[in-house]
Design a protein around this ligand. Sequence first.
Ligand code: NAG
Ligand code: NAG
Ligand code: NAG
Ligand code: NAG
Ligand code: NAG
Ligand code: NAG
Length: 458
Amino acid sequence: MIFVHSTCNIYSFYVLYFFFLCISFLRKRLIFGIGLALLLQIPLLFVSRDTTTTNDDSSVEDNTTKDDESSLFNDHYRFPRWGNEGIGFDDWMIFVQGLKNGTASTVVSPKTRSRFPEVLYVVDAHGVWVSSMLTQRSFFRTNQHRQKLTEQLFTVAWQLLIAQTNSTRWIHLQQASSLQGFPFLAWYGDYKSCQYHNWKNTSSIPLLTTCAPVSCPYAFPIPNYQNVWSVLSNTEQQTSYQTQYPWPSKQRQLIWRGSLSAPNEHYNSTRWRVVVHAQNDPRVDVGFVSIGHMNARLHIPWPEIGGGLKPTITPMSDFQQYFAILDMDGNAWSSRFGELLCYNSIVVKVEPVYVESIQRDLIPWKHYIPMASNLSDWDSVLEFLFDSRNDAKIQRMIRSANRWCRQQLTMPALAARLLDVWENYLGHMEEGSPRWQTQWSEYKASIFHSDFDMVKLN
Ligand SMILES: *[C@@H]1O[C@H](CO)[C@@H](O)[C@H](O)[C@H]1NC(C)=O
Ligand SMILES: *[C@@H]1O[C@H](CO)[C@@H](O)[C@H](O)[C@H]1NC(C)=O
Ligand SMILES: *[C@@H]1O[C@H](CO)[C@@H](O)[C@H](O)[C@H]1NC(C)=O
Ligand SMILES: *[C@@H]1O[C@H](CO)[C@@H](O)[C@H](O)[C@H]1NC(C)=O
Ligand SMILES: *[C@@H]1O[C@H](CO)[C@@H](O)[C@H](O)[C@H]1NC(C)=O
Ligand SMILES: *[C@@H]1O[C@H](CO)[C@@H](O)[C@H](O)[C@H]1NC(C)=O
């Protein structure tokens, strides 16, 4: 990529220079920017730019800096998304009525339907409410774990919202919560196409989800249970990774372990292709530790993938014994991506099909090294990685990733990110249903005095 390879020609150099000046100007650091840009190599400066940025991205005052920067790279990964027609609240209310007696669902498969029901929430001035009737509809324990962690975040987000008396960032939210609040549906499954907003092909039902397919035009991925898990489980450990896994002691190989979890009947799932491709490449150590239940009946040509399963590496933080860690989609989003960016090793990420809400901040060649999903750049990426002249650049990327982790994988930052999604959702509601507040104030009582059995979180 042009920012780190020394092969960039003189024209891209000027483009970068001009771009850098603009950024400096926008950030009111023109003089400083020009000085540094002249003194140092511009590509290096770009990669390390945020070493001069001390303000915390989780600050609720200003989310614009991050946007300016990441939108240049990450439009592809930019969520939430919804059509110009906005959200039809009439349809939403009809859907929710059907949800009550089990006649409406966004999910086709009966099995998935019973594992992952759409769960109804209401946010208002008193707190966040959940339908305990819908929660209990899932017999699947995994779902309850996901739901519980996410609901912790809902509570923190509500507290953050209530503490804001005067924000310009969450105008719709503040207005709604001062009136009758607002309802939404969350869905905790992950293996999903984009069609979940479709209901009877006549209306679009917005669901707040863990992730979304990159190409999906209708989706509201929210900070998910894995992000919350990272926050809760990891905060103290992160600071010790550098001493626990010092750079010089690392094994110089690219590591990956995981399950063959996505359907693989055509032998073309990402994980399968990568593991096959990597065989006999001594620079990499990748392999399956298990075959997912979806592939239980698949004929596995074992010789193609190294002859057998590989030993797992636990805890996952022990991946840091290797200097580079591969990351790729499973049967949905790679739920470990955020966590890996807290590690003291470089992350190589195979271009994802499923993305989560954090992806919008993460910039290839700044926080991680990207790899095309067709693996066309396998050799060039590995050559970069294994050329020790690039160590300083690689370590700089690791520092950027770790800084992102410290700032963004915190409860306040995730809560602010969630409020952004809620705000956006209400914006689309306004667009599609300008009278939704009035409709909702009439409809709300019928939800609270019903079998939905709404209970307050905490
Ligand atoms: C379920 O609820 C919907 C909406 O209120 C209603 O139209 C439908 O008749 C109900 N179906 C059953 C089987 O009760
Ligand atoms: C909100 O902010 C505006 C301008 O910053 C200020 O004039 C106003 O007094 C504030 N209102 C409250 C309720 O804090
Ligand atoms: C940033 O904040 C603005 C409101 O100030 C909001 O409209 C926008 O969606 C936010 N963007 C992101 C990416 O959070
Ligand atoms: C929705 O549309 C698709 C494609 O047009 C069709 O295959 C499907 O049967 C429709 N579903 C319903 C419930 O009408
Ligand atoms: C794998 O191949 C099948 C059949 O050609 C295709 O339908 C499917 O989309 C492919 N999957 C991936 C992940 O490329
Ligand atoms: C592989 O993917 C890259 C990036 O997505 C693309 O530029 C390239 O044309 C693809 N190569 C082939 C052979 O499909």
